[in-house]
Ligand binder design. Structure first.
Ligand code: NI
Length: 207
């Protein structure tokens, strides 16, 4: 997911005392890879379930963190660097100023109880739809279950902007971009914004 408030990016905020939930990655281990964009088939279908929890998976997670930071994103799914596996990474603030950092393998979004279905209609963006932002109503709470890179079961939950991130990244791995959840008119507007802008990071050209 793209950060619509680049100046608020936690990495650039030197004044706030920020609580961090999760483990910061060792960015010296990974390599930045270019980002796939709207139209690339790997973004528009469900990707494969991870079955091998090995060094290759750990290296993928390292590359995904570095790729996400290089593009100034707050979340990244594996198919956004062209990899056909269900993995996402995040480094994303919630609305209480807590910074959430981590990765989820084979994420499944939990069904929300009726009492937790309040919608938030903030703006959303995606590194794979560069330079476009649109408001999209989503539940302001989300919980995802899955595994870590060693295969241990995990559950991640969050509110506000981080809840949006969890939903957005899980969607990616099932072949959906946020623009697929917009009205026809807003979707067209987002694609127009993308066609008029130039991404500030390396992208994979579409054929
Ligand atoms: Ni995205």
């Amino acid at each position: 997911m793209a950060d619509e408030h680049e100046h608020d990016h936690p990495e650039q905020d030197e004044t706030a005392e920020q609580r961090v939930v999760g483990e910061l990655p060792d960015v010296s281990k990974g390599t930045a890879r270019p980002i796939t964009v709207f139209g690339n088939p790997v973004l528009h279908r469900e990707v494969a379930t991870v079955t091998a929890f090995d060094g290759e998976l750990a290296a993928l997670v390292d590359d995904m963190f570095v790729s996400m930071y290089a593009a100034d994103g707050v979340g990244l799914a594996a198919n956004q660097i062209g990899v056909d596996l269900k993995v996402f990474v995040y480094d994303c603030p919630d609305d209480e100023g807590v910074r959430h950092v981590g990765h989820v393998v084979n994420p499944v979004l939990e069904e929300l109880p009726a009492g937790r279905r309040a919608l938030d209609d903030s703006a959303e963006g995606c590194l794979s739809v560069p330079t476009a932002y649109m408001e999209l109503a989503r539940p302001d709470f989300a919980a995802v279950t899955g595994q870590d890179k060693d295969g241990n079961p995990i559950r991640v939950e969050g509110t506000g902007f981080f809840a949006r991130c969890l939903q957005h990244e899980t969607d990616h791995l099932y072949g959906y971009l946020y623009i697929d959840r917009l009205s026809k008119r807003d979707r067209k507007d987002a694609l127009r914004q993308m066609s008029e802008g130039t991404p500030k990071y390396a992208t994979v050209p579409n054929d």
